[in-house]
Design a protein around this ligand. Structure first.
Ligand code: UDP
Length: 321
């Protein structure tokens, strides 16, 4: 099969490319390298079934050609990372909505099945734990930049579902919860690579807020398996799925665990949200996925627990250093 991956030089896209190649498929990547990096796909460049183009999905002619040559599309290109979103809200909103419009439009012309990546951010401030795909989404006020990401991704979801309902375009949406693994950069705010880099370099480990907020982290290889499994089943079309892990840890405990596993003497410091992000920043105190839908649909569940996830990230950054 020929797979087109937008954002294929990103953290998740590069792992997806790798796994699809490993399974014998042909992979076409398009990435404008805005948050992705050529380093992520350097090891794939010599592979004879791997092809990449450095360009934006907003290059309509290029996308028409690439979509035409693909059997299945993964649309992963998006503005991601809370820091990036708070600092560049215009870029976030425009990238996330416009690129998805373009990709769905092209996919529809050729009726190619397309996966649209969404995010657990869309659950917003909901306290209806664990989050189910049919639960209400609870957003904050529009002058708080963070929510523009959630809303832009919610629009992507509406659009993907609308294409399925109205035009019978096979679309699949997945809400990715905190995904971690080698190659993820802390540049755009993600907590695990940041903590690991801080611990390994002896810098203070920066916990935002009081550290009592919790998250569930999943390994990118588990996530990639889910992405592939979902697109292999026609019963996924028109559906929204959570992909994540339901083992929770507070960010304070995460900082301690990372410090211990790195054998680090870094101090753990607590930084108020308004200093870390912006005045009035709202964080989610918890974020837990209900995984029963994807379990029933494709028999998927996460297999890699947090200690192994952290070991992989620590090993990656030790090698990088
Ligand atoms: N966080 C932190 N220190 C950092 C980066 C993030 O304490 O250097 C916190 C952040 O405020 C949030 C959690 O870690 O409560 C997860 O942040 P991340 O940006 O990785 O993902 P989110 O779940 O917010 O999308």
């Amino acid at each position: 099969m020929r797979y087109l991956i937008t954002g294929g030089a990103g953290f998740i896209g590069s792992h997806l490319s790798e796994e699809l190649l490993r399974r014998g498929h042909e992979v076409f990547v398009v990435d404008d390298l805005s948050t992705g990096s050529i380093n992520n796909i350097r090891h794939l460049k010599t592979h004879d079934r791997f092809h990449y183009t450095v360009d934006s999905c907003s290059n309509v002619q290029l996308m028409a050609e690439l979509v035409d040559g693909a059997d299945v599309i993964y649309h992963l290109a998006a503005a991601v990372g809370v820091k990036l979103i708070v600092e560049s809200p215009v870029r976030t909103i425009e990238t996330n909505i416009r690129l998805t419009e373009i990709m769905l439009n092209h996919a529809n012309k050729k009726k190619r099945p397309i996966f649209v990546a969404s995010t657990s951010e869309v659950y917003g401030k909901s306290t209806d734990f664990p989050f189910r795909e049919d639960g209400d989404l609870v957003m904050g006020a529009t002058h708080k930049g963070r929510w523009s990401y959630a809303c832009s991704k919610a629009i992507d979801e509406f659009l993907a579902i609308a294409y399925w309902k109205e035009k019978k375009l096979p679309t699949v949406v997945a809400r990715l919860f905190n995904t971690v693994g080698p190659r993820q950069t802390g540049q755009y705010g993600m907590v695990v690579p940041n903590f690991v880099k801080q611990a390994l370099s002896g810098q203070p480990i920066t916990v935002f807020g009081d550290g009592k907020q919790s998250r569930c982290f999943s390994h990118v290889s588990d996530v990639v398996r889910a992405l592939i499994g979902l697109m292999e089943k026609e019963s996924s079309y028109g559906q929204v799925f959570n992909i994540g892990n339901n083992n929770e840890i507070t960010i304070g405990d995460l900082a301690r665990q990372v410090r211990e596993m790195c054998g680090s003497k870094s101090e753990i410091v607590f930084i108020p949200y308004e200093k870390a992000y912006e005045e009035g920043f709202e964080d989610m105190p918890r974020r837990v996925p209900d995984l029963s839908k994807i379990g029933a649909a494709i028999g998927w569940k996460p297999t890699i627990a947090l200690p192994q996830i952290l070991r992989d990230v620590i090993d990656f950054y030790r090698r990088e250093a």
